[in-house]
Design a protein around this ligand. Structure first.
Ligand code: AMP
Length: 533
């Protein structure tokens, strides 16, 4: 028997309706790549989203159809989040830093029918157009120099449109992750999962979004739905300050002038900001809180921000988890802790927000669930309503029989629920927030005539968090040096994938099944320091 409460389908259109109704005049500022600025508000975002939904229907798009965006952070991109969902479509936010093969794969795999992009990515469009046979329309968020301009396109509509209804389990966004081996994998966020995730993100112990917040998300809108901030921000009715460029001088100016209270991004972003302020003898902006995630936030960064009066919310998550899993913040005993203890706690990855559950299991025997004792380390698993069940178009579920998703991260859980990551089982390296496949580097390296075996692991780097180091066993009787290996790799992988160092070793450790044991390799070189780091 049902209760007697009102029907309310969890669709993200409720989010923009609420923002426009309750915080209609709260500002959304954009700093554009050409140095100009525009200001709109939540009511304006909704008005444009209605026009966009109408315009998409006129192009012949139907509910379930996909629209790709290749764009940085700005108000028009925000419009497209609600415009696409509002006509029942699915927005595919594309990471413009992916390689051509990956870009070809994901746009075709997602069956995108429309691509909307920033003018700065015109070279990508020119190169890729022929490789995307199913894309029917191109629209440019900026000007219409090469194709239809977004403003002209939606400007032709009157906005007299009713949001398309549907199930709350319909997808509204798809994000691909390249943080796995093989082809990128698509994760489809649902209307329902998106709303639940954003509501959980609003909590003071999570992203801390409030009506009074002035938020500058540096995390790109193409990275895991910008951590859900556009939705959480609309729910809170907060002010957004967007920048189409990631120049620390611009970010610093905006943070100070607009009295930004909160920001979110990967650690590399803060490092660039520190360097800019130091080089120009400027104080850091006085933010209330900085959410740092995507990679481990280093100690010196946490210390410096905390000394500046900024609370550091160290978050962990994945594209597969919408992405928020855990967020760090003041614990119940915070005021009694010394500064050092606060820093030590903040270096851990925080506690799960309501809605998701974490557990660790034995690395060799995944049926064995490990104690939450802050000592026993194992494979991290997660489950909850905003965690992937099955990748887009995959034949099989991505979770265990009892619904747990294996994250590929390794760590321990403390008795108070705090997650502490220590390692990773997946064969990928995260440099400045972007993935490098160690397996691809190894496969390319063994093509070198003098290389018998190669293993690649990420080593700590103060700027990029991790950089690849290649360990090489030479073939008997063959000789080569590090330069020859890097040269050999240089036309096989992207420049920023090239290893920072090549180390020659007599042997590489293996597991019982004969696979390279990255764990043993990392243990063996635990004191390793990158040449210039
Ligand atoms: P992505 O899907 O690109 O967002 O990457 C998710 C992965 O980034 C996680 O599985 C972790 O390996 C890594 N990651 C995210 N946040 C953190 C963090 N706070 N500390 C360490 N690693 C992190």
């Amino acid at each position: 028997m049902l209760g007697a409460m009102q029907d309310w389908t969890m669709r993200v259109t409720h989010v923009i309706d609420h923002a426009a109704r309750e915080a209609g005049t709260r500002e959304i500022l954009t700093y554009w790549a050409d140095g100009t600025e525009t200001r709109t508000d939540w009511a304006g975002i909704r008005r444009d989203a209605l026009k966009m939904a109408q315009a998409l229907q006129k192009l012949g798009l139907n509910p379930g159809d996909k629209v790709a965006s290749i764009a940085m952070n700005h108000a028009r991109h925000l419009v497209s989040w609600f415009g696409v969902a509002g006509m029942g479509g699915v927005l595919h936010t594309v990471n413009p830093r992916l390689f051509e093969d990956q870009l070809e794969y994901i746009i075709n795999h997602a069956d995108d029918r429309v691509v909307i992009y920033d003018a700065m990515f015109q070279p990508i469009i020119d190169k890729m157009k022929d490789r995307w046979p199913n894309v029917e329309h191109y629209i440019c968020f900026d000007s219409g120099e090469h194709t239809t301009a977004f403003e002209d396109w939606i400007g032709a509509e009157d906005g007299n449109f009713e949001w398309v209804e549907g199930s709350e389990r319909d997808p509204c966004m798809i994000c691909y992750t390249s943080g796995t081996t093989g082809n990128p994998k698509g994760v489809q966020y649902e209307h329902r999962s998106t709303i639940l995730h954003a509501m959980a993100g609003l909590q003071p112990s999570a992203l801390n979004c409030m009506t009074s917040s002035v938020y500058l998300p540096v995390v790109p809108m193409f990275h895991a739905a910008s951590w859900g901030l556009p939705y959480a921000g609309a729910m809170a009715g907060m002010k957004f300050v967007f920048s189409q460029v990631n120049d620390p001088a611009v970010l610093d100016m905006l943070m100070k002038r607009e009295k930004v209270t909160d920001s979110a991004g990967v650690p590399t972003v803060w490092l660039a900001h520190f360097q800019y302020c130091d080089a120009n003898n400027l104080e850091l902006p006085k933010l209330r809180a900085a959410t740092i995630g995507g990679s481990a936030a280093p100690k010196f960064m946490i210390e410096r921000l905390m000394k500046n009066g900024t609370r550091v919310q160290h978050a962990w998550g994945m594209t597969e988890t919408s992405p928020i899993g855990t967020v760090g913040g003041p614990t119940h005993d915070w005021d009694e802790l010394s500064f050092e203890d606060k820093v030590a706690k903040t270096m851990m990855q925080g506690r799960p927000i309501f809605g998701v559950e974490l557990r660790t299991v034995d690395l060799d025997d995944p049926t064995k669930v490990l104690p939450r004792d802050g000592e026993t380390s194992g494979a991290l698993q997660i489950r909850g309503p905003w965690v992937v069940k099955r990748y887009f178009k995959a034949e099989e579920d991505a979770v265990t029989e009892d619904g747990w998703f294996n994250t590929g991260d390794v760590g321990m859980l403390h008795p108070d629920g705090t997650l502490q990551l220590t390692d990773r089982t997946k064969d990928v390296i995260k440099s400045g927030g972007e993935w490098i496949s160690s397996v691809e580097l190894e496969n390319a390296a063994v093509g070198h005539p003098a290389v018998a075996e190669a293993a690649c692991i990420g080593m700590y780097h103060p700027k990029w968090d991790e950089r690849p180091v290649l360990f090489v066993v030479k073939k008997d009787g063959q000789d080569c040096d590090d330069k020859s290996i890097v040269n050999f790799l240089s036309d096989k992988v992207a420049k920023w994938w090239l290893p920072d160092a090549v180390e020659f070793v007599d042997d590489i450790p293996h597991t019982a099944t004969g696979k390279i044991s990255k764990k043993d390799l990392r243990d063996r070189f635990s004191d390793y320091k990158l040449p210039e780091a």
